[in-house]
Design a protein around this ligand. Structure first.
Ligand code: ATP
Ligand code: MG
Length: 431
């Protein structure tokens, strides 16, 4: 019998549990005698031994509604075990035998390579318990025919985003389809430039599952975020925006550490889900893809820093500007940026951009927002790039440190409430 001690938040176990490692072609069951002694690294080593050709960096389990939850740390492992413990107890109370705890290895294994079938034995030592598994595996690639498209999620300048299901992995995806009239050589170049996305592994960056060309269209498959992007939310309250800002800054800091500039920071590229996670998407890792889309681009990127609009060299500081102007927009009832630049209201898009270059950056009214928030935005939107906070300074800003409390519940509750309101309005035919 497993007992969860709520005071110490630890699992006290007197009975083995069965962990089932799910691979694309088979399951491996193993009995763990003392689950409380199991730690994240032990389990990762076990999975990696099962799938040595894959780069497994985390694993997932499914909650009651079938959504996948990622485990990347001892803390998250503990949460998974306590969730499983509750399910196990419920099943016992209903006179059922408990199901094994199913985990889904996560990494590059099911999107990049097609490898041979293998068969092996391995064992892993937790503090006390040797586990022995036997496995057969095949590593798969995402293919066009394995994707079942569902509804359209949105349409941007480059292409259209669909909700879709990957039939083999049974995973819900967001697939961005972009028409591109380019040569096969350029297609290959884009595919190879996109490979860096497989290496991105951060809770603040959308997970990339693969990309493929069909005729003159590229499809880019990523994790689906059930809350969508920030641009569709009305005025975001400051205490929620604070937590969102923490994730955005952490996501950008991660990308910068990989020497990747985002280049397209804006509310529609900040995604949220009902779990309270916030992730960045659509960052420009493929120069060729960015250039090819730019040829057909017809919009005004009003989130661009003045130095970019002027065609000067730019770097990390240009992303920082875009963070400032994006947050300024979403905290203000989703009003258009032009509202902060009244002189430009009557202007055409090109004049709006000129205005961003020429005029002093707008400042949030101190009466409606906290001093820390106003200071954060003002710092991000300093005209001189060097005067904007560097990555470490961004993380250390008092507005960020104030909300860096790991409280995903705040964002989660807000997303759920907004989705609920939207559903009610749709039902009344108001949307
Ligand atoms: P642009 O083309 O200039 O980048 P955009 O970001 O608005 O503009 P898309 O990137 O095509 O356009 O995205 C369209 C919409 O699809 C987004 O606004 C968002 O609401 C939705 N979307 C994109 N990716 C996801 C995802 N991974 N999960 C859920 N919704 C998504
Ligand atoms: Mg986008």
């Amino acid at each position: 019998m497993l007992i969860f001690d709520y005071k110490t938040s630890t699992l006290m176990d007197t009975e083995a549990i069965v962990i089932r490692i799910k691979t694309p072609t088979g399951d491996m069951d193993s009995s763990v005698d003392c689950p409380s002694l199991l730690n994240f690294n032990d389990l990762l080593v076990a999975i990696r031994d099962v799938m040595p050709e894959a780069t497994v960096t985390a694993f997932e389990y499914e909650d009651e509604v079938g959504d996948r939850i990622t485990v990347r740390s001892d803390e998250e492992l503990k949460a998974m075990l306590s969730y499983y413990f509750n399910i196990m107890n419920e099943q016992r109370m209903n006179g059922m035998l408990p199901d094994p705890l199913q985990i889904f290895p996560r990494g590059t294994e099911w999107h990049l390579h097609i490898s041979s079938t293998g068969c092996m034995f391995f064992h892993v030592i937790t503090s006390q318990v040797p586990l022995v598994y036997m496995c057969v595996f095949v590593v798969l690639q995402i293919n066009a025919q394995d994707i079942h498209y569902q509804e359209q999620l949105g349409h941007g300048n480059g292409g259209t985003v669909y909700k879709a299901k990957h039939v083999l992995g049974k995973r819900v995806l967001a697939v961005k389809v972009i028409p591109l009239d380019i040569t096969v050589e350029l297609q290959k170049q884009i595919m190879s430039e996109l490979e860096i996305l497989y290496k991105c592994d951060s809770p603040y960056i959308i997970t990339f599952f693969g990309a493929f060309f069909v005729e003159n269209r590229i499809s880019i498959c990523t994790e689906f975020m059930d809350g969508g992007s920030l641009d569709v939310y009305k005025r975001i309250p400051e205490h929620v925006l604070g937590r969102i800002a923490v994730s955005v800054v952490k996501g950008l800091t991660y990308l910068w550490s990989l020497k990747i500039l985002h280049r397209d920071v804006k509310p529609s590229n900040m995604l949220v889900n009902t779990r309270g996670q916030v992730k960045l998407c659509d960052f420009g890792v493929s120069t060729q893809l960015v250039n090819s889309i730019a040829k057909t681009y017809v919009g005004t990127n009003a989130y661009m820093a003045p130095e970019r609009i002027s065609g000067e060299q730019y770097g990390i500081h240009a992303d920082v500007w875009s963070v400032g102007i994006s947050f300024m927009e979403v905290c203000f009832n989703g009003l258009m940026l032009t509202c902060f630049l009244p002189v430009c209201l009557q202007f055409q898009p090109l004049q709006l951009l000129q205005c961003i270059v020429d005029e002093d950056p707008p400042v949030l009214p101190v009466s409606q927002f906290s001093e820390k928030f106003v200071h954060f935005i003002t710092q991000c939107m300093r005209r001189q790039p060097k005067e904007r906070p560097a990555p470490n300074k961004l993380m250390d800003h008092s507005f960020i440190t104030q909300y860096n409390d790991g409280n995903a519940e705040v964002v989660s509750m807000w997303v759920c409430r907004c989705l609920e309101e939207r559903r009610a309005q749709q039902a009344q035919g108001r949307i």
